[in-house]
Design a binder for this molecule. Sequence first.
Ligand code: AMP
Ligand code: MG
Length: 400
Amino acid sequence: MRTPPEALSEILARAAPLDEELVSLSDALGRVLSRPVRAGRSLPPWDNAAMDGYAVRAREVVPGVPLTVQGVVAAGQVGPPLAPGSALRIMTGAPLPEGADAVIMREEATEEGGRVRFVRSPRPGDHVRRRGEDVAEGSEVLAAGAEIGPGEVGLLAALGRTLVEVHRRPQVSILSTGDELVPADRPLGPGQIVGSNAHALCAQVVQAGGLPRMVPFLPDDPEALRVGFGAALQADVVLSSGGVSVGEFDHVKEVLVGLGVQQHFWQVAMKPGKPLSFGTRQGVLVFGLPGNPASSMVSFELFVRPALRRMLGLPPSAAVRPRVPVRLRTPLQPDRRRVHFVRARLERASDGVLWAQPAAQQGSGMLRSMVGIHALLEVPPGEARLEPETELIAHLLVMV
Ligand code: AMP
Ligand code: MG
């Protein structure tokens, strides 16, 4: 049996960034760069006005002494060179005219009859945005392994990069095993339940940046499982739920072995989600998640998501959820032997402290324990009840 950190490092050691593909900028959000991006141009591309006002030669400006207004330069125009003893009215973003070295804000100027006076003298460079002050041409602006967010999209667009090299998204087959499972749109017969895990796991895969493919539910029959898993292995990752514990009809483990999947471990010392099988076949990662809905989702968060994020191209440190210290709001009884990942809501107090309120019901079959939560609290095993204000580590599922 592995501890959670052992299991995670074993999984991450076998998950590598997938090969590269070229995507258009409009499809790049959430993807991870497979190579660094160098700036093919400077930003801004030329010196320009940071304010609406007057372009001047700083040394020619004496407070109260008028200069001739030579004309106006709008954004998108290139003005004439600045004549001696003159000022050019200029708009934000317009290129700084040749000869000018400062911009004086309109609010500090009085224009009358083609002449303008200023309240005070500027220093050279005032209200001027220099060529390359944001990005210097030729410099590396984004590193390989960087996730593309809205800011990165804007920067790439400004650099004229409409195609970017990113890692492929992992394709994830999602299998559900169990004679009792029916699709969500069917009425329930005696003993049947909806196989909701497939839907929850699909959503988790999408949220992690993967491409889910749902496979029809499989009965607890070794031959059917062999066929189903055989087809599902045509993917980067296989996720199955159910059939990995020690019940009489839990055939998943032996079926995987029969298909040549090399098994690395079967169990993790945690709650919920002790049954968790992890194996590989020729680079395909195969996770056998427990059937209980909360167990399957918690196991996904802790072990599958980091693997998917790594395959997407993120470095291992960025593939896992952020961990932060929080304080318990209400008392909590730890499990005696296993670390318990307690589903909780977080609330930030005005002094910055994050208070954790565990969901009322923590059973591994309780779907509601996964609703409206912000974090998984890592509760070490122990005998003594944890009192309010106890500090714990929270794995953040959302930014709070
Ligand atoms: P198992 O891991 O197959 O022993 O299943 C453990 C529990 O999870 C049982 O109560 C199953 O009915 C339930 N379960 C198994 N698979 C699913 C699924 N796909 N969706 C919802 N519940 C499931
Ligand atoms: Mg089952």
